[in-house]
Structure formats: structure tokens, C-alpha cells
Design a protein around this ligand. Structure first.
Ligand code: FES
Length: 295
């Protein structure tokens, strides 16, 4: 092998920290992408050949260290160094932790999500569950949002075998949400006094709790409805869901089931329905007749 000579035109690493070196690799990689097809193929072949050479050498070093008790200890210490860890992960010598691999999987689907106006954020990995938040076009219940969500789930479940489920966490509460404390509500025995009409303008998604049930008041386009505040999917509360006031669709914050905001009909599972309660308005006051949930 010939001795390498430094060329003044080629940037040389000025630091040996992981971030600077990774940046150098990224810069060089993006420069290579700008080359014409033949040059790019040559450059990528060279990169692969050098990586294969390094991987083979590193694998031998690691095997020898593993065979020796003192070497094994040293190997564990080395793997605590972020630079060595990244090198081992890059060459498939050790497996990255689950969160890192989930992040890598999400990076592969992100360009597709972006091209459809959506995005995904990894919140945490706990046990065999990944918790994510979805943004933009991934939210809601249009066919494309459902497809994007499923794409995220499939990518994670298909590539990270120890993950068994993907949970979508709610985003920030709908700005239309009003807390019961803010308006003051009181309970009666049968019909229950709810909020005033003034406190429930169009676009309102309002929860109030009575002795017998948690109630969700929805005002879609000046049409008022009262529902049990319970999603039919897993029985979780709906009040911090997303209310699309233009489409009249309410989206459960937990796993994205969608409902017609006026009728409560479930769009995701069309044979299902939110439980609605009788509602009447008297002298600018809303009254609701909730019932106890059947066990
Ligand atoms: S509880 Fe799962 S979608 Fe509502």
C-alpha cells in the first residue's frame, strides 16, 4: 500500500471529536452526490472498499479482545466512548440501542412524510412500545393521514423486532378547549345544567364532569351535541382531541380514531358510534341528560 500524501485542496480533520468528524463525512458525502454518475460510482465504490477493509480489521480486533477476560473488559470501556460506539455501530459490530434504531428508521420515512406535508417526532421508547407524536398532514383522519400513520407504524414494527406497538401521543390540546372551571357548571339529578351558550361558540370542544358521566359538548357550525367523553377504541377520554372545525371531524388524541363532530359516528370504524346524550337549550343555558356507563 502506498503512503498517503496530504493534498492542500482536501479538507483535513482539525479535531478528533465525533461531531467534527461526522460533519466532515457528511460534507464529503454531499459533495460526492454532486458528481456525475461515473465519478459518483467510483467514489462510492472506494468508500465501500475502505469501509469493508476497516470492518474486517475491527472485527478481528474485537474478536480477539472478546476472547480474553481483560480484553473484554477493555472492549466494554471502549464502547462507552461515543466515537468508538458510533464506529462499532456503523460497521455492525454492535447493535445500537432501540431508541437510536427507531430514530434511524424514522429518518428513512421522514422524506416521504415531508413530501406529503407531515412529520413524526419520537417521544420515547418504553419497554416494547414506541411513543410518537405526529404533525401536519399525519394528523387527522383523511385517507392520506391514515396511510402516513400506518407507514410510520409499519416501518418501526417491521424493522425493530423488539418493538410490539407504536402509540401516538396527543398533540397540544385544541385551542377551542375550555376548562369547566373557566365557565362554572353544576350538576342536578337528571337533567344537568351545563355551560351557557355564550361559553360554547362554534368550534367549541368542551368537557364537563357530572356525577354520572364525563360529558363532551361539541359545537360544530352552531349545531350542539353532547357525547360521553369516551373513545370507543380503548375507552380513553376525547377532550384533548383535535377538532377540525372546517371538516367537522373530531380526532381522538390517543390513536387517531375519527368521529363526525355532530353525529358522533366513527369514521375510522364506521359501524361504531360515540354515545350521545340528550341536550336542550333554555334561556341561553345548555342542559344535558347523561347516564351512567353500562358495565
Ligand atoms: S382510545 Fe384509541 S383511538 Fe381513542
Amino acid at each position: 500500500m502506498t503512503q498517503a500524501h496530504h493534498n492542500d485542496d482536501v479538507p483535513q480533520p482539525s479535531a478528533d471529536d465525533l461531531e467534527s468528524l461526522a460533519e466532515l463525512v457528511d460534507q464529503a458525502t454531499s459533495e460526492v452526490q454532486k458528481l456525475d454518475d461515473d465519478s459518483r460510482t467510483l467514489a462510492l465504490n472506494l468508500k465501500r472498499a475502505v469501509e469493508a477493509f476497516h470492518k474486517a480489521g475491527l472485527t478481528r480486533i474485537v474478536r480477539r479482545l472478546k476472547d480474553d477476560p481483560r480484553g473484554k473488559e477493555l472492549l466494554f470501556e471502549l464502547a462507552d466512548d461515543p466515537l468508538v460506539y458510533a464506529l462499532f455501530v456503523m460497521h455492525g459490530i454492535i447493535r445500537a440501542d432501540t431508541a437510536t434504531r427507531v430514530t434511524q428508521v424514522l429518518e428513512t420515512v421522514r422524506p416521504y412524510l415531508h413530501s406529503h406535508g407531515g412529520d413524526v417526532e419520537l417521544v420515547e421508547v418504553r419497554g416494547d412500545t414506541v411513543y410518537v407524536r405526529l404533525h401536519g398532514a399525519c394528523n387527522g383522519c383523511s385517507q392520506s393521514a391514515v396511510t402516513l400513520r400506518e407507514g410510520v407504524e409499519e416501518a418501526i414494527l417491521g424493522q425493530i423486532t423488539e418493538i410490539k406497538q407504536v402509540e401516538v401521543l396527543p398533540n397540544e390540546p385544541s385551542p377551542a378547549l375550555i376548562t369547566p372551571d373557566a365557565i362554572g357548571v353544576s350538576s342536578g339529578s337528571d337533567w344537568v345544567k351545563g355551560p351557557s351558550l355564550d361559553a360554547t361558540p362554534p368550534g367549541t370542544l368542551l368537557r364537563f364532569d357530572t356525577d354520572v358521566a364525563s360529558v363532551l359538548i361539541v359545537n360544530f357550525d352552531n349545531r350542539l351535541s353532547a357525547f360521553r367523553n369516551t373513545c370507543i377504541h380503548k375507552g380513553l377520554p376525547l377532550d384533548s382531541g383535535l377538532f377540525d372545525v372546517d371538516a367537522g371531524i373530531l380526532t381522538c388524541p390517543w390513536h387517531g380514531f375519527c368521529y363526525d363532530a355532530h353525529t358522533g359516528e366513527c369514521i375510522t370504524a364506521p359501524e361504531a358510534q360515540l354515545e350521545s346524550f340528550p341536550l336542550r337549550v333554555e334561556d341561553g343555558q345548555i342542559w344535558v341528560r347523561p347516564t351512567k356507563q353500562q358495565s
